[in-house]
Design a protein. Structure first.
Length: 177
């Protein structure tokens, strides 16, 4: 049975996870924390959360695997994916895998709780005709390739036809969090 006020946070940044945990506990949630997919699987053996906050980038791994695991456990769970490097590609993948909502960092507890409350899309959302810069298009292409290679830097560089160090420098400029 799912505990509707139990929240699991899947975040590899222990300081940020601790801050989120305290904030949600003050709001009446029971909170458990996992720092990797493996830890999440262990926690799910004994806990059934109704809510989840998942960091998209967990060390060298993708948080999308956690989204898939959580959705398989409970179709009704509210799952929010949190990321410091939002892109269209990862937003689409997260939603396809079962995330309820996708938020870019920095996001706070209010933002996350508001995302939990949203049950449907907003057909009146403003559609902006944003012109994408070359840098943005390049970043989205790099990020899509990273997702396709499960964040393997060497394979991503090979597929993009660039040197691994060049890709590493580009990634250092835009922190993957």
């Amino acid at each position: 049975m799912t505990d509707q006020k139990l929240l699991v946070i899947v975040e590899d940044d222990t300081g940020f996870a601790r801050t989120l945990k305290r904030s949600f506990e003050r709001r009446g949630y029971g909170v458990i924390v996992a720092h990797s997919h493996e830890e999440l699987v262990e926690l799910l053996a004994t806990h059934r959360p109704g809510f989840a906050v998942v960091d998209l980038k967990l060390g060298g791994a993708s948080g999308l695997v956690c989204v898939q695991t959580l959705r398989a456990l409970d179709e009704a769970m509210k799952i929010v994916v949190l990321t410091g490097f939002a892109s269209i590609a990862t937003a689409v993948e997260a939603i396809k895998l079962g995330a309820s909502y996708y938020l870019a960092k920095p996001s706070n507890t209010d933002d996350i709780e508001a995302a939990f409350a949203k049950t449907e899309g907003d057909p009146d959302a403003v559609v902006e005709g944003r012109q994408s810069s070359i840098k943005t298009l390049e970043w989205e292409h790099i990020h899509q390739t990273l997702v396709e290679t499960d964040f393997n830097i060497s394979e991503t560089a090979r597929r993009l036809g660039m040197h691994r160090r060049t890709l590493a420098r580009k990634l250092e400029k835009r922190q993957l969090r």
